[in-house]
Design a protein around this ligand. Structure first.
Ligand SMILES: [Zn+2]
Length: 256
């Protein structure tokens, strides 16, 4: 038995080393390069189809479809790891993570059996990238709620219910716009009520798009890109007088 175990270890070491060094192969679609090792054609086709579908939907929803961002050399890259173990080793992500993106380099990473990746993580991360390509990667005027609102707006299985938010607002169990504006990528890690943060971020973006339309939202993004100032972009795109006015109009919409 012992000998058998030793033999097994010896047999597996070179095999494991080989699996790690196995080169990535590339599966190409119009806007994506999907890197994989042992994924089968069905899995690759499903991923490519979903990603292309989201690309069309997000650029259309945000009104960016006339800017054809991601073609040829400019395609986004998706790394599809064979296993969660390999994914965690490469990314350093915790066990609950289904995928992640490096926004600036248009790189998305996940693994074959990742739960919720195709429905939520993929469109969420793609929206982050597309939005930032529009407003500028190093634009300091974008609050985290706007980045996350745009991204959450694209998730397919949203648990958001407007009347729940209305109840929270009436009960005072609510983050005001001032509070939301103060939350950034660092402070969110220690913020209580992260769930409220995401729900309200979603609602703010939904409010702007549902009430004033896609074209206005594109103009808002262009103003954010050019003015690099949230208040000025909001005031010059929409008819709000200032941030307070924006906030109270949003709250009226929630309670309607
Ligand atoms: Zn996000």
């Amino acid at each position: 038995m012992k000998l058998f175990r030793i033999l097994l270890i010896f047999l597996f070491i070179p095999f494991a080393a080989f699996a790690d060094n196995q080169p990535w192969q590339v599966f190409k679609s119009t806007h994506f390069l999907i890197f994989f090792k042992n994924a089968d054609e069905t899995q690759l086709n499903e991923l490519a189809q979903k990603a292309e579908g989201y690309y069309d939907k997000i650029t259309d929803d945000l009104g960016f479809n006339r800017f054809n961002f991601w073609t040829w050399d400019n395609r986004a890259r998706i790394y599809l790891f064979d296993s969660q173990q390999e994914y965690m080793k490469e990314t350093g992500d915790p066990a609950w993570a289904a995928g992640q993106a490096q926004i600036n380099s248009k790189l998305i990473r996940t693994f074959i059996t990742a739960k919720g990746f195709l429905e939520n993580v993929l469109p969420h991360e793609m929206a982050h990238i597309i939005f930032r390509e529009m407003v500028g990667f190093n634009n300091p005027s974008i609050p985290l709620w706007l980045d996350e609102g745009v991204a959450t707006f694209q998730e397919q299985k949203s648990s958001f219910v407007k009347s729940d938010l209305a109840n929270k607002l009436l009960r005072g169990n609510f983050l005001n716009l001032d509070d939301l504006n103060k939350i950034n990528a660092v402070s969110i890690k220690t913020t209580n009520g992260v769930e409220s943060f995401y729900t309200e971020s979603f609602s703010l973006v939904k409010y702007l798009i549902a009430e004033f339309g896609k074209d206005r939202f594109v103009l808002f993004c262009q103003n954010l890109r050019d003015k690099r100032d949230l208040t000025r972009a909001l005031v010059s795109t929409y008819s709000f007088k200032d941030l307070k006015d924006f906030e109270s109009s949003w709250k009226k919409y929630i309670l309607r």
